[in-house]
Design a protein around this ligand. Structure first.
Ligand code: TA6
Length: 330
């Protein structure tokens, strides 16, 4: 029977594109894209532990290096992944307010709060860690927060400033971006340094080179912070313990490429992080790093660390600073 006024078929609402799956289990946040790529973040230090490719039959490709001896119970900084270094890089100078903090500061050993997925567009990260792209593609943005109130009280007592950090991890097919916003919430200015201590995974360090640092001045920690200049042509290759803070003339605008066997493997773009630390401990140094395992793991990692560490940034009350990196698979 033909019923009168039969409602027209509901307009087929366009199906939403497949969405990322995000889970918070204990102190781990995991996100999996429809493409199968995934990221795993520990609330201690908002440390990205893992960035994996899609599962294509076998084991998904891991793009970050994480020590098999990494301590993940929050009792110490994570050896590997992407530790967040703030408010000081390395051992603090004695004449700075950070002088009582441990090496690399307090952010990487504090427990951060997961603030959730964000889809808002952010002009501030229109550069390397552009969030608008993820908001429009089938990527995902995960936000983490740390403030003076939530930081480890023992560490906070060593650096009594009202800071707030917002760390955004943006996973998209073929790329991982991380950005950090530092805000001065107090009434006293403070000086800080910040760095994203990325441990990239490689197959054979002896076949790896870094492009984009030719001609750049650097401080060589292996030789007592001696000031040197990188050769004007060619790649930075790693043939022994390497621990350098590069200050490229082009600053953050200089893109970096990590090649392996002559083929581009990772691209690193930076936003407002003008310095680049390149670190590989090599065979002897790993013996003295208790949580570095396996001891020959230096063959499979290279730290390429965007940072603002060759000088200090001063934040006046109410001011904010943002720095970001975007790592792409080439
Ligand atoms: O980023 C390079 C570096 O400063 C090296 O000198 C080495 O100390 C590395 O960081 C690891 O530092 P950590 O405190 O994590 O052992």
């Amino acid at each position: 029977m033909d019923r009168r006024n039969k409602p027209s078929a509901l307009a087929a609402t366009p199906a939403l594109p497949p969405q990322a799956r995000v889970d918070l289990v204990g102190d781990r946040v995991t996100a999996v894209l429809p493409s199968g790529e995934s990221v795993d973040i520990l609330l201690t230090g908002a440390t990205v532990l893992s960035w994996k490719g899609a599962v294509n039959g076998g084991e998904p490709a891991e793009r970050l290096w994480l020590s098999e001896g990494a301590v993940l119970d929050g009792s110490k900084a994570v050896r590997g992944g992407i530790p967040v270094v703030f408010p000081v890089f390395g051992q603090s100078p004695a004449d700075k307010a950070t002088s009582k903090l441990p090496q690399h500061g307090l952010a990487r050993t504090s427990r951060w709060e997961f603030l959730g997925k964000s889809t808002s567009e952010s002009e501030a990260t229109a550069g390397a860690g552009s969030s608008s792209a993820a908001a429009s593609s089938n990527g995902v943005q995960l936000d983490f927060g740390l403030s003076a109130a939530s930081a480890d009280p023992a560490l906070k007592a060593l650096w009594p400033y009202d800071f707030a950090l917002l760390y955004r991890v943006t996973l998209e097919p073929g790329s991982l971006a991380t950005s950090v916003v530092v805000t001065n919430e107090g009434d006293k200015a403070f000086d800080f340094q910040v760095l994203l201590h990325t441990y990239l995974r490689v197959d054979d360090i002896t076949k790896v080179g870094v492009d984009g640092l030719a001609g750049a001045p650097y401080s060589d920690k292996v030789e007592g912070f001696k000031q040197k200049v990188q050769a004007a042509t060619g790649l930075v290759d790693i043939t022994s313990e390497t621990d350098r803070v590069y200050v490229p003339a082009q600053g953050a605008a200089q893109p970096l490429t990590v090649l392996e066997g002559g083929a581009p493997r990772y691209g690193v773009k930076r936003d407002n992080l003008s310095d680049v630390v390149v670190w590989n401990p090599w065979a002897d140094k790993t013996k003295s790093i208790g949580d570095f395992a396996p001891k020959d793991g230096y063959k499979n990692m290279l730290c390429v660390e965007p940072g603002s560490v060759s000088s200090w940034t001063t934040l006046e009350p109410g001011e904010a600073y943002e720095g970001a990196q975007a790592i792409t698979l080439l």
